[in-house]
Design a binder for this molecule. Structure first.
Ligand code: C5P
Length: 337
């Protein structure tokens, strides 16, 4: 701690989710990961991680808050006509966010242990995580929580690790964690950790629909391996992603890159196509899957009220209205006795 500085007694980090505007998967490497080229974009939907000091050890409490614009209406077959509003209706039990590990496997606690072991800084922390980003949906909620823990502990203990050191720790926690730390808009190469900033021609709003099914990232990549037979070679797609990264483009231009995971949906294909169609009919323009799924998002054109798109959406998927953001984490600290 800096001499004379009051101790930090609480850090609050807003940990933002991401969308992959485009995502192409290349060859499997000898380390088991795949080369990818993706455009990451931070969005307004976020978890909140509160961190307070404690003498030793790490603890984690998780509270789930449903901020979806529509509750999932399982088996009802009802549609959304007439429903309005995109604001939270207060916490309620939901299946929009499936169970996440609350024990030592939770990414917050894994990040905390890695931070402690690599910095050697003693002293524990109590984490309170408010979970709003649906887990396992391709929106990077767990990665954002891990990045928030790394930054939050650094602020709590006034440890000035520097950006490169934090990025190195982030990379060890997952391929999407470096982006979660940096945020904004970035082209991700390598396994997603080699980042370069990109400027979008304009900010955007999108509607995100999250189906009930989930898929683990590892099994989605394994599906890609089984389906290998791309018409366009990886080198050509990579080159076009790199060229796109030099221009100031509208988000829709990035979406045209495609998402390789949309091609390996197997028996989920019909459901996916139905969802794309329903998002378009609700008024979304370009529609894509984010990450390895299962969430699907559609652009809302400037000037179109989001409430109208939400009201017109027909389906039982959980719906979120989001905005693009220029940063991934936002931290505030409170000092004093
Ligand atoms: O990096 P992360 O832990 O999120 O990755 C989970 C799994 O997804 C990896 O173990 C790997 O099987 C797969 N993966 C991949 N190529 C990437 C990123 C992830 O094959 N670029």
């Amino acid at each position: 701690m800096r001499r004379g500085a009051a101790p930090v007694r609480r850090v609050l980090v807003e940990a933002r989710a991401k969308l992959n505007l485009g995502l192409i998967v290349g060859p499997r490497r000898t380390d088991g990961y795949h080369e990818i080229a993706t455009l990451y974009q931070s969005i307004s939907l976020a978890d909140t991680l509160e961190i307070r000091p404690r003498a030793r050890g790490f603890s984690l409490a998780v509270r789930i808050e449903d901020v979806s614009a529509l509750p999932e209406k399982a088996h009802s077959g009802s549609h959304a006509a007439g429903r309005r509003g995109t604001s939270p209706r207060g916490p309620r039990a939901t299946s929009a966010i499936p169970t996440i590990p609350r024990g030592p496997d939770n990414l917050v606690l894994r990040a905390a242990r890695l931070w402690r072991d690599s910095t050697g800084i003693e002293g524990g922390a109590a984490f309170h995580l408010t979970k709003r980003v649906p887990a396992g949906s391709g929106m990077g909620g767990g990665s954002a929580d891990a990045a928030a823990a790394l930054l939050g502990l650094s602020l709590l203990r006034d440890a000035r690790l520097g950006r490169d050191r934090l990025l190195e720790l982030a990379e060890r926690l997952g391929s999407d964690v470096p982006f979660a730390l940096v945020g904004g808009t970035a082209l991700g190469l390598g396994r997603g950790e080699r980042l370069s900033r990109v400027k979008l021609a304009r900010s955007f709003r999108a509607i995100v629909a999250v189906p009930r099914w989930r898929i683990s990232t590892a099994s989605a990549f394994a599906r890609i391996d089984r389906h290998k037979n791309p018409l366009t070679p990886w080198s050509v797609k990579l080159r076009s992603a790199q060229l796109l990264g030099r221009k100031r483009l509208r988000p829709e231009a990035w979406m045209r890159l495609g998402n390789s995971f949309e091609r390996v949906l197997g028996n989920r294909r019909a459901e996916f196509e139905s969802l794309v169609g329903r998002l378009r009919r609700a008024g979304a323009t370009d529609v894509r899957m984010t990450g390895s799924g299962s969430a699907v998002f559609g652009m809302i054109e400037p000037g179109i009220p989001t409430s109208r798109v939400v009201a017109r959406f027909e389906g039982s998927e959980a719906i979120f209205v989001v905005r693009s953001r220029t940063a991934g984490l936002r931290a505030t600290t409170a000092t004093g006795a």
